[in-house]
Design a binder for this molecule. Structure first.
Ligand SMILES: *Cc1c(COP(=O)(O)O)cnc(C)c1O
Length: 454
């Protein structure tokens, strides 16, 4: 289980992955003439059509290679629309404080000025602050970029209202669709007020990610910004040659991995996709409920439930025990789990997203590990271990730690097998390193040119 909140790490099924290696998909040149790429064209048309249907938008372009590229493409569409209206001064982009870091970066790249909108105490967008910002920037408002459900892991029941306020001031609504795994089959951004969105096929639609790509971040549009989708001067479809220009080097972006998402949608069908969303949300609520007595859940939607992910607040425990969020994250490695998303979007917290891919057994194993770690924090708090000498601070423990000298105040067994001897244990290759030291003290490992002399 890779419980990385906001990243939607789900199963990449073999049936979905295999076609990527078939020569018909793998060996085609990105600029092959249209008549030689009829199959790809069919696949792309299918996919763009299905994505438009599930999001409630008119048109989709799969050209962007990442969610962040989709954001840039979408904001350029909005900018294109305003410029075509002669609204050259509409450059302000409102971004809620809970937004993913890429949102603000994309706005700046699209030539916009970022204005941050506050979050209310419950984590939702503060509508009073939004109203004030819209009034203040009414003549220069280009757009709002809002993530729904938010990266606070909650459905905000004010989203329709929010869209209305922004539209009322001449702004466009960009709905960041990276959290579509909490909506698919139940709600469509294009229907609750969005003009433009991007999706992450390498999240919701099963393309593997986490090692740096490639990804696919389709941009979806409806209404006024629709004519401003990415184009390409060498596009195999002549009508897509003129326009706002390319957003990535190839006309169809990362076309080679599209069969994965195509297969996923075909395998699931409409009812299957809807059920996946339901199970993903149910799983997140199960985690939130099982862990609530051990780690407070920071934000919940109105009425109590979370969306497809939940933020576990470690800050109180850190204050009382000295055990940091890093210690919890690293200790999870000893229990055989990848750490959840750490300190995003709130410093000192962990964000957990189980997705529909994990069965109850695995989710329970994760919850058991978190509860056991809470038990270790209690022992620190009770004074049995100091934070510095605890297995939490020394985590993760490598196989090497099992041999040679051992001068720790806890046993080797507690270090490496916290839940008992496990023949299937995952062994991390390195122990704790000082991350900040590495970031600040770069070492060039390239040999000097003399080393290459004959
Ligand atoms: C992942 C994510 C993005 C960016 O997508 P990339 O493909 O990593 O560029 C944007 N917004 C949210 C909410 C995300 O979770």
């Amino acid at each position: 289980m890779i419980p990385l909140g906001s990243c939607t790490m789900k199963l990449n099924a073999t049936t979905e992955m295999e076609p990527v290696s078939l020569p018909g998909f793998a060996d085609l040149h990105p600029f092959a003439p249209a008549e030689d790429a009829a199959g790809y064209r069919k696949l792309i048309d299918d996919l763009e059509g299905w994505l438009a249907e599930v999001t409630g938008y008119d048109r989709v372009s799969i050209q962007p290679n990442a969610g962040s590229q989709g954001e840039l493409a979408g904001l350029l569409a909005i900018r294109g629309f305003h410029l075509a209206n002669g609204d050259t001064e509409r450059t302000v982009c409102l971004i809620p404080s809970s937004a993913h870091g890429t949102n603000a970066a994309s706005a700046v790249m699209a030539g916009m000025k970022v204005v941050v909108v506050k979050a209310a105490d419950d984590g939702s967008v503060d509508l009073d602050d939004l109203q004030a910002a819209c009034e203040k920037h009414s003549d220069s408002l280009a757009a709002i970029m809002v993530t729904y459900p938010s990266t606070h892991g909650a459905y905000e029941d004010s989203i329709t209202e929010l869209c209305k306020i922004v539209h009322g001031h001449g702004g466009q609504v960009y709905v960041d669709g990276a959290n579509l795994n909490a909506l698919l089959g139940f709600a469509k951004p294009g229907e609750f007020g969005g003009d433009v969105s991007h999706l992450n096929l390498h999240k919701t639609f099963c393309i593997p990610h986490g090692g740096g790509g490639p990804g696919v971040g389709p941009v979806a549009v409806q209404g006024t910004p629709a004519p401003y989708l990415p184009s390409h001067p060498m596009h195999p479809e002549p009508e897509k040659r003129a326009g706002i220009g390319p957003i990535s080097a190839a006309p169809y972006g990362s076309a080679g991995i599209l069969p994965i998402s195509w297969a996923y949608i075909r395998l699931m069908g409409g009812p299957g996709l809807t059920r996946a969303t339901a199970v993903a949300v149910l799983s997140a609520n199960y985690v939130a409920l099982r862990l609530a007595d051990h780690f407070p859940v920071l934000y919940r939607g109105h009425g109590g439930p979370v969306a497809h992910e939940c933020i576990l607040d470690v800050r109180g425990l850190t204050k009382d025990s000295g055990v940091s969020v890093d210690d919890v994250a690293k200790r999870l490695v000893d229990y055989g789990f990848h750490a959840p998303t750490m300190s995003f979007p709130v410093a000192g917290t962990l964000m957990v997203e189980p997705t529909e891919s994990e069965d109850l057994g695995e989710i329970d194993r994760f919850c058991d590990a978190m509860i056991a770690i809470k038990g270790e924090i209690d022992r620190v708090q009770a004074g049995e271990w100091s934070p510095e000498n605890s297995p939490l601070r020394h985590a993760p423990h490598t196989a090497r730690a099992l041999v040679g000298e051992w001068d720790r105040v806890y046993s080797r067994e507690v270090g490496v097998f916290p839940t008992g001897i496990d023949p299937d244990k995952y062994w991390p290759p390195v122990a704790r390193i000082d991350r900040a030291y590495g970031d600040r003290n770069l070492v060039c490992a390239c040999p000097p040119p003399e080393a290459f002399a004959e």
